[in-house]
Every structure is written in structure tokens, then in C-alpha cells.
Design a protein around this ligand. Structure first.
Ligand SMILES: NC(=O)c1ccc[n+]([C@@H]2O[C@H](COP(=O)([O-])OP(=O)(O)OC[C@H]3O[C@@H](n4cnc5c(N)ncnc54)[C@H](O)[C@@H]3O)[C@@H](O)[C@H]2O)c1
Length: 433
């Protein structure tokens, strides 16, 4: 560590989590080296530019790169603190894949020295931080490692999950509370000292396994509660009820807070992480597994209802509004909206248009379908059937006057004032969910 007491930091993985984290750490005055296996990502960042969309990130990265506080490389160099933020997907059997995490740890192992701190931020199954420690033990038998020595370990290893909201990442990185789980209490203390350099939220010490589980539990909690809302929306469709009205009324109860239904659950967190709990305790997780099934099933419910509408209006030009997995972001991973729109494009070809202000072009699966990307103004002028799949602010703000005469399938409840199909003198249709 240098005389100014600011550690040199290496952030491994420069995606949605790693790049903002690297930039925020650099802003606190630490010299940060960001590592990515993608040459394109490294070159972009070294030009002071960014490869992902996130509010205010471009200005911050430009500033810290210009000041020489952040640079990027494809190979790890000796530092004092290593933060690992690489992907943790699951395979076709819903088993967690921690190979990226272990590859990242493998790249750090050769440069580790006494006094270093290694922190895993990737969402990980319980026990992953200990697996990193065991990998270090195998690759660096010269180092005393926490939990494997009676003496003071050379290296501190901790787990600190990320709970930021895309679109507010920079703000939440610094203001959110953090659970920081050390392999030993000393590891947690060392990791907390590091986070205090740039985090204003509370840093709460725990053990690594509890911190790993905490992150998974947070997302499984969201998934189960969204599944309840999505199941209600399917029941409401069958009963001919407006689910938004029912939820609005039920939420007047002082102890009821039903979440908002949607076209399914997407992204790389809520739709993925519950499987990490199921994989760790398959016999004991019927509720979590069922919630996943309900949320995935909602996508097919929406596809069926949207298809029925398209077929019921054979001359209508159809606009699918949105591809992102949630509002106001450019992240299309595991997105139900994208799956719904692509399925409709394959079925109905050039009748389908897609509006996605956060995409420069349509994803590859739309190629050859005949579907085209159009802007919102064109959709409002030329399309008769609107399928609202994402609650981007731009869509939410479309005034009633511009959609009252259209057939509308609002899967997100963004237009509560849309006339109901049977409303008197209202030509437009608003399906419940
Ligand atoms: N994005 C979110 O909102 C969010 C929120 C909380 C937690 N997380 C978790 O954070 C982790 C990272 O997610 P993300 O969204 O930033 O992923 P991402 O795909 O945006 O970025 C990961 C980056 O890591 C790079 N990479 C892969 N293997 C590498 C290696 N061995 N060495 C160096 N770089 C490597 C990839 O090229 C990529 O640029 C995941 O575990 C995710 O579940 C993400």
C-alpha cells in the first residue's frame, strides 16, 4: 500500500457492476486497474469511453481515466485489493456456473502477496468464496490463507454482494448498505476498511456463507412476490377482471402490498439467482421453484394473449413497445419483453414493429422475420395495436389522446386511464395484464 494509505485496486470484470465499481473506487482517489477478457471493452475504457448504458457513468469514467486514476488491461497486475465482478450464469439444468469466478481467481493468484484483500462481488452460490480460498491454497501453497491456518493469514478473502438498481447504479453503489462476509471476522474487518473508502451506506460484517445466501434470498424474495402478482393477473384474465384495479384496492389494506404484474421476470438477477438456492437445497425449495415456474409461465400467457389479439385484428399494424427487461435501461438479457416480441415477429412477420429507444438495432433473433424497428412517434401514427411490454418513461408518458382509439394490451399497467373494452363510447381496448 502507498504512503497516502489508499490501496491500489484491481477490478476483474468490467461489465454493469465492475465498471461503475471501478470508476467509483477511482473517484475516491485509489489507483484502479480494471481487467476484462474483452479487448474491445479494455480499449473503449482506455479511451475514456464506456460500452454500457448507465446514468452519468460516461462522465465519471471519462474523468477518472483522464486523471490517470482508472486504466484497463486484459491482464491482472499486482495490487493491494482485488474485486471480482464476473458473470455467474446457470446452465440448462439451472445449475450455477462459477467457472468465470474461478477463472478470475486463477488470474489473481500469481500476483497475490501478504496483506492483500480479495473480494468477490459476483452473485454466487453458498460456498463459492471458500472455493476461491481453496483454489488459492492449491495455486499458492506459500501463502497462509484464512480458515486454513492458526496463524494470522497473509490474505483476507471476503464476499460482498451488489444490490444496485440499473439506472441508479452510481448512486446506489455509494449509498446502499452492504453485507460484508469474511471467511473469518478479520477478513470482514479488512474488507470493510476498504469499502469505507467509497461507501456511505452502512457496512455490516458477517461470514462469507451468510453474505452469499443473503444476496440469493433478496432476489428470491422479489421473485416469489412478483410470482404472486403474475399469478393473480392470469386468474384475473380468466375471470374477466382488471387485475390493476383489484391490486390497487387490495393494497389499501394497511398490511398488504402486492407487487406489479408484468410479462414475466427478466434480467440476470431475479430470474437467475433463485435457482442457486434451489440447486443448493432441491428438496427444500418447492415455493422458490414454483415461483420461477409461474414467472416463466407468465411469458407464455402474454404470448398467447398477444397472438389472439393480433389474429383478431388481421389488418392491424402491431407495435411491440420495449425489449429491455425493465424500465429505462439498455439491458436485454433474459428479457421477457424480448422473447414476446421475437415470438410475435416470427409468427406475424412484417405486421410486427418494435419500439426500443435503448437499442440501436433489433437483436439477432429478429433477422429474417420481416419485423422492423420504428420510433415511438411512427408507432403512434401508424400502428393500430399497441402491446406495451416495458414501462420505459417514454411509453408511460404517451397521453391518452394518442392511444385512446387504439387496441392496447398493457402488460405493465402503465396506462391506467386507457378505456376498458366495454367502456361506453370508447373504441380502444385495454386488456388487463
Ligand atoms: N448487473 C446487475 O444489475 C447486477 C446486480 C447485482 C449483482 N450482479 C452480479 O454481478 C456479477 C457481474 O454481473 P454484470 O451484470 O456486471 O455482468 P456483465 O456480463 O455485464 O460483465 C461481466 C464482465 O466480466 C468479463 N469477464 C468474464 N470473465 C472474465 C475473467 N475471467 N476475467 C476478466 N473479465 C472477465 C466479461 O467480459 C464482462 O465484460 C454477476 O454475478 C451478476 O449476477 C449484477
Amino acid at each position: 500500500m502507498k504512503s497516502d494509505n489508499k490501496p491500489d485496486v484491481c477490478v476483474v470484470g468490467l461489465g454493469y457492476i465492475g465498471l461503475p465499481t471501478a470508476a467509483v473506487i477511482a473517484r475516491s482517489g485509489c489507483k484502479v486497474l480494471g481487467i476484462d477478457i474483452s479487448e474491445a471493452v479494455v480499449e473503449t475504457i482506455n479511451r475514456g469511453e464506456i460500452h454500457i448504458e448507465e446514468v452519468d457513468l460516461d462522465g465519471l469514467v471519462h474523468a477518472v481515466v483522464s486523471r490517470g486514476l482508472l486504466s484497463a488491461s486484459t491482464s491482472v497486475a499486482a495490487s493491494d485489493v482485488y474485486v471480482i465482478a464476473v458473470p455467474t450464469p446457470f446452465d440448462k439444468q439451472h445449475q450455477p456456473d462459477i467457472s468465470y469466478v474461478l477463472a478470475a481467481a486463477r488470474s489473481v493468484a500469481p500476483v497475490l502477496k501478504a496483506g492483500d484483500v480479495v473480494i468477490l462481488e459476483s452473485t454466487s452460490p453458498v460456498g463459492t468464496t471458500e472455493q476461491i480460498r481453496d483454489l488459492f491454497a492449491e495455486l499458492r501453497p506459500d501463502l497462509k490463507l484464512p480458515g486454513l491456518t492458526r496463524e494470522t493469514p497473509d490474505v483476507s478473502i471476503a464476499y460482498c454482494p451488489e444490490r444496485v438498481l440499473p439506472g441508479r447504479i452510481l448512486e446506489e453503489l455509494t449509498n446502499n448498505d452492504r453485507s460484508i462476509g469474511g471467511i473469518t471476522p478479520r477478513c470482514a474487518r479488512k474488507a470493510i476498511a476498504f469499502y469505507k473508502l467509497f461507501v456511505r451506506g452502512q457496512c455490516i460484517a458477517t461470514d462469507a456463507r451468510s453474505a452469499e445466501m443473503t444476496k440469493l434470498v433478496e432476489n428470491a424474495y422479489r421473485d416469489v412476490n412478483i410470482a404472486f402478482a403474475n399469478e393473480l393477473s392470469i386468474v384475473a384474465d380468466r375471470m374477466g377482471l382488471d387485475v390493476w384495479e383489484v391490486i390497487r384496492l387490495a393494497n389499501r389494506h394497511p398490511r398488504v402490498n402486492i407487487l406489479t404484474p408484468g410479462p414475466g421476470v427478466g434480467g440476470h438477477c431475479i430470474a437467475v439467482d433463485p435457482w442457486f438456492i434451489v440447486a443448493g437445497a432441491p428438496e427444500d425449495t418447492p415455493l422458490i421453484r414454483t415461483a420461477r415456474g409461474v414467472n416463466d409461465g407468465k411469458i407464455h400467457h402474454v404470448i398467447a394473449r398477444a397472438s389472439a389479439l393480433v389474429e383478431a385484428h388481421p389488418t392491424a399494424r402491431v407495435a411491440c413497445l420495449g425489449l429491455a427487461f425493465k424500465a429505462n435501461i439498455d439491458d436485454f438479457r433474459e428479457s421477457p419483453a424480448r422473447l414476446v416480441a421475437a415470438t410475435l415477429a416470427r409468427r406475424y412477420g412484417s405486421r410486427i414493429s418494435v419500439v426500443e429507444p435503448y437499442a440501436a438495432q433489433l437483436p439477432r433473433e429478429f433477422e429474417g422475420t420481416g419485423a422492423v424497428q420504428i420510433d415511438l412517434d411512427t408507432a403512434l401514427e401508424e400502428c393500430d395495436l399497441l402491446i406495451a411490454l416495458v414501462d420505459h418513461d417514454q411509453f408511460r408518458q404517451v397521453p391518452l389522446a394518442e392511444r385512446a382509439a387504439k387496441v392496447v394490451y398493457d402488460t405493465r399497467g402503465i396506462w391506467p386511464d386507457q378505456p376498458k373494452p366495454d367502456a361506453e363510447a370508447a373504441p380502444g381496448l385495454r386488456l388487463a395484464s
